[in-house]
Design a protein around this ligand. Structure first.
Ligand code: TYM
Length: 334
């Protein structure tokens, strides 16, 4: 594909409701990137079924997530915003890339190890091969940059290896992408156990703040956030809880962590937690309100995701056709 601008791609799974971690680590940064190049963002529903989902809930969560991405500032006129399963080329390229991804590589993925420990009764092939699907998502569009949180970096690195291997075997086919991570906020921790990342699939609702939580809920969750037995608002060894709250406040209020520490010098945890809660409420309020409005307009959502899928497919087939030719599939059907 001849490109006159940078291509930026990312996705998010509708495997739970979107959290403050997803927002600060990834989604919040997606809209500003629209000024940097062609952005493609998808609701990664093919990824979500690697873990059992209730079909009615999955359907609802995918639409809500689509509306939340629009509400977070992704402009469907500027960017390509779509639902992954609507663009069949993702699954098709994933199959091909499975054949260029090694068992050993997939076995080393830390997310596979974590998820298979949590879903011991359902360690399916999709869960294992998930990074090859993610590589297909990225490589289909000749992506240059992949904005993600820290936990997805390993998958982007594997994507680079798969692209390099394929290019080496068949000549230049894929752009080799780079991960793009925020300096601050790329790993938001759980509020109930700050040694673990905040996750939408955590069974404890006190561990995360959701984008759609009411202001009262947000304030309550920060009030009960686990900290430590000290009382100074400072980062430090073994101070994961307070460090996490400092990160959240600094990103939400647009301050550096040093400025936050100076602002709360000599003040206690109670005051600080209230300030973190209030800053988060104000950060999320416009996104929540706009999502609620969008969800009332199902026709607009449908029109938008259909148009997004059409635009994505037009680009995706170009790469897929090239790949099919290179691996030696016979004939020409388009
Ligand atoms: P997912 O749905 O788990 O998360 C979506 C994005 O949120 C980031 N994230 C976090 N950032 C900071 N702190 C946290 N606690 C936190 N939790 C999650 C993730 O790093 C991610 O950027 N496989 C991907 C979705 C995907 C994708 C892609 C991403 C599918 N295809 C292609 C990039 C490119 C996933 O499960 O993300």
């Amino acid at each position: 594909m001849i490109k006159d601008q940078k291509v930026i791609f990312s996705g998010i799974q509708p495997s739970g409701r979107i959290t403050l971690g997803n927002y600060l680590g990834a989604v919040k940064n997606w809209a500003p990137l629209q000024e940097e190049g062609l952005c493609l963002y998808c609701v990664a529903d093919l990824h979500a079924i690697t873990v059992r989902q209730n079909p009615a809930e999955l359907r609802q969560r995918s639409l809500t997530l689509y509306a939340q991405l629009l509400a977070s500032g992704i402009d469907p006129e500027k960017s390509i915003l779509f639902i992954q399963s609507h663009v069949a080329e993702h699954a098709e390229l994933a199959w091909i890339l499975n054949c260029y991804t090694m068992f050993g590589e997939l076995s080393r993925m830390t997310q596979f190890k974590d998820k298979s420990a949590k879903n011991a009764d359902n360690i399916n092939c999709g869960l294992f091969a998930y990074p090859a699907l993610m590589a297909a998502d990225i490589l289909l569009y000749q992506t240059d940059l992949v904005p993600v949180g820290v936990d997805q970096k390993q998958h982007v690195e594997l994507t680079r290896d798969i692209a390099g291997r394929f290019n080496g075997l068949y000549s230049e086919t894929f752009t080799v992408p780079e991960p793009l991570m925020q300096k601050s906020g790329a790993k938001i921790m759980s509020l109930s156990d700050p040694t673990k990342k905040m996750s939408k699939s955590d069974p404890n609702p006190k561990s995360y703040v959701l984008l759609m939580d009411s202001p009262d809920e947000i304030m309550r969750k920060f009030k009960s956030a686990v900290t430590d037995s000290e009382s100074t608002v400072r980062r430090g060894e073994g101070r994961d809880g307070i460090g996490n709250l400092i990160t959240i406040y600094s990103v939400a209020a647009g301050k550096t962590p040093e400025e936050v520490e100076a602002e709360f010098e000599g003040r206690g945890y109670g005051d600080f937690k209230k300030a973190v809660g209030e800053a988060t409420v104000e950060l999320l309020r416009p996104v929540r309100e706009r999502t609620e409005e969008l969800l009332k307009n199902k026709d607009y959502l449908e029109e938008s995701y259909k148009a997004g899928a059409e635009k994505a497919a037009r680009l995706a087939v170009r790469t897929l056709d090239k790949v099919k030719r290179k691996v030696g599939f016979a004939g020409k059907i388009r």
